[in-house]
Design a protein around this ligand. Structure first.
Ligand SMILES: [Mn+2]
Length: 441
C-alpha cells in the first residue's frame, strides 16, 4: 500500500466565524456573476522512483486560505446565487481505515466529496471557474477562471489580522535562529553546520518547517543568489550570506543577513553600508500609494550612488540606472509579497501588463502598495563572475565601471539585507523582522 506524506493539520488559530468573514469578504471581490467556483486542494505528488513515498503535501494556497485545512482531494465550492456566506460548501474525502492506521489522519469537517456531483448537477448549465489545484470535472471556463484568479490574488494581498499574527509568529521563530547562527559563526565552520544550527533553532522556537530552502553562501558563494549550503568551510574574511526563514501554520518569514567572518576590509565595510543604507531608505519609502517599480528604481539609484562613491562605477547614478548599468551588481528585484508562502500575492495589479524594460523583467511585482500588504525589501550588491566576465556587458558598460577594481574583487561574493515589512495605513511601515540585528560587527 501507498505511504502518502503525513497530513498535518496546521495550527491556524482561526475560528469558524473568522473563516466565515474571510470567505464573505473574498466572495464580494470575485467577478463571478453567474459562474460557480471550484477550488481544489490538490493531491500528494509521488516521488518518481516508486519508493512508496510522496513529496510533503500541502493544500494549494488558494484552498488553504479559505479553509485553513490540509486536505488532499478536498474541493471548496461556491455558488454566488446562494449568498456570500451561505454559498460556500467544503467537500472533503472520507478518511479510509488505512489512512487512519498508517498516517493517523483524522476526518476533516465538511460535506462528503460524493455530494459534489449532485451539487453540480443541481446547477447544470452554469459556467465554472476553477482555482487552486485543478478539479477533475469537465466544463471549466478558462477565461472566467483567469479573471477570477486575478481578482482573488488581489483580494488576498491585504493580510487580515490572523495572517499578520501568523507572520509575526514566523518572524519570532526566525530571529533566535539568526542569533544562534551568530554564536557559532567563525572561520572553519561549514555552510552546512550553519544551516543546521539555524534551522534547529527555528524548529525549537515553533517552526513547522523552513519557509523555503535555506540559503547559506560563504565567500564567493555569497554571490550566488539562491545558493544551497555546501560542505565548504568559512574562511577568515569571507562574506557569509544567509537567506532563510521559519514557517508557522503555513505562513513564512523571509529574511537575509550578511556577515563577515572575522575582520571586514574597508571595501567590505563600505559595500555593506551601501546596501544597508539602500535597504533602510527603501523601507521608509514603503507607504500607501507608493508604486513598487518606483521604490525599486529609487533603491537601484541609491545602490549605484554608493558604488560611484566607492569608485566602482563612474557617472551620474540616475543616468546609470537609466542605462540599466545597476543590473551588473543588482540583478534582481527589490522584493516581493510574503505570507502564505514565500511569493504570496506577488504579481501585477489587475489589468496591468508586463513592463517590457529589460531591467524590470526580474521584478516580482508591479503594483501600488496598500495598507496591510506584507512584503520583503531586499536590495543586494554582488560580484557575480557570470555577469561581470561577460564580454558583451564589459563592452556595453566600458565607461560606467572601474573594471580593474572589479577584477580585484571578482570573487569577493556579495551582500544582501532583507526584512519583511507591514504597510501601515499611514506613515512608515512596521519592520516585522526588526529583532534580527543588521549591524556589521
Ligand atoms: Mn525574498
Amino acid at each position: 500500500m501507498r505511504r502518502a506524506a503525513r497530513f498535518v493539520t496546521m495550527p491556524v488559530n482561526m475560528t469558524p466565524e473568522s473563516l466565515r468573514q474571510r470567505r464573505a469578504r473574498i466572495a464580494a471581490a470575485l467577478p463571478l456573476e453567474n459562474a460557480l467556483l471550484l477550488i481544489g486542494a490538490g493531491f500528494p505528488v509521488p516521488l518518481p522512483e516508486g519508493s512508496d513515498q510522496a513529496y510533503p503535501f500541502r493544500s494549494h494556497a488558494e484552498y488553504f486560505h479559505l479553509t485553513g485545512a490540509e486536505c488532499a482531494g478536498g474541493v471548496l465550492a461556491f455558488d454566488p446565487r446562494d449568498g456570500a456566506s451561505a454559498g460556500w460548501r467544503s467537500f472533503v474525502p472520507l478518511v479510509t481505515e488505512a489512512e487512519r492506521v498508517w498516517e493517523g489522519r483524522t476526518q476533516v469537517a465538511g460535506t462528503p466529496l460524493a455530494d459534489l456531483e449532485p451539487w453540480l448537477a443541481a446547477r447544470r448549465g452554469r459556467p465554472i471557474a476553477m482555482l487552486g489545484a485543478r478539479v477533475a470535472h469537465p466544463g471549466c471556463d478558462e477565461e472566467i477562471s483567469l479573471r477570477v484568479r486575478e481578482a482573488l490574488t488581489h483580494a488576498r494581498r491585504p493580510k487580515d489580522d490572523h495572517e499578520i499574527d501568523a507572520i509575526r509568529r514566523a518572524a519570532a521563530a526566525t530571529a533566535p535562529g539568526y542569533a544562534k547562527l551568530r554564536e557559532v559563526l567563525r572561520p572553519g565552520v561549514t555552510e552546512r553546520a550553519l544551516q543546521i544550527e539555524l534551522e534547529a533553532e527555528f524548529f525549537r522556537q515553533g517552526a513547522d518547517r523552513t519557509g523555503y530552502g535555506s540559503i547559506v553562501g560563504t565567500g564567493s558563494n555569497s554571490a550566488i543568489l539562491h545558493f544551497e549550503p555546501s560542505a565548504r568551510a568559512v574562511q577568515a574574511g569571507d562574506f557569509v550570506l544567509v537567506d532563510a526563514g521559519a514557517e508557522v501554520g503555513r505562513y513564512v518569514a523571509d529574511v537575509t543577513r550578511t556577515y563577515v567572518a572575522g575582520q571586514p576590509t574597508a571595501f567590505q565595510r563600505d559595500l555593506y553600508q551601501v546596501v544597508l543604507q539602500a535597504e533602510e531608505r527603501a523601507i521608509a519609502r514603503c507607504v500607501v500609494g507608493a508604486e513598487w517599480k518606483a521604490v525599486h528604481l529609487a533603491a537601484a539609484e541609491d545602490l549605484v550612488a554608493g558604488l560611484v562613491q566607492m569608485g566602482v562605477m563612474h557617472g551620474k547614478p540616475a543616468s546609470l540606472v537609466e542605462q540599466e548599468a545597476h543590473t551588473l551588481f543588482f540583478p534582481h528585484g527589490l522584493g516581493h509579497m510574503v505570507g502564505l508562502g514565500v511569493r504570496d500575492g506577488s504579481g501585477r495589479a489587475p489589468g496591468r501588463v508586463k513592463d517590457p524594460r529589460l531591467s524590470l523583467r526580474t521584478l516580482r511585482m508591479d503594483l501600488p502598495l496598500a495598507a496591510d500588504y506584507v512584503l520583503t525589501v531586499e536590495p543586494g550588491l554582488y560580484f557575480i563572475p557570470a555577469l561581470l566576465n561577460d564580454p558583451a556587458r564589459r563592452a556595453r558598460f566600458s565607461d560606467c565601471v572601474n573594471w580593474p577594481l572589479v577584477d580585484q574583487h571578482l570573487h569577493l561574493g556579495g551582500v544582501r539585507i532583507e526584512d519583511d515589512v507591514l504597510i501601515n495605513s499611514s506613515g512608515a511601515p512596521e519592520i516585522l523582522t526588526r529583532a534580527i540585528p543588521k549591524r556589521l560587527e
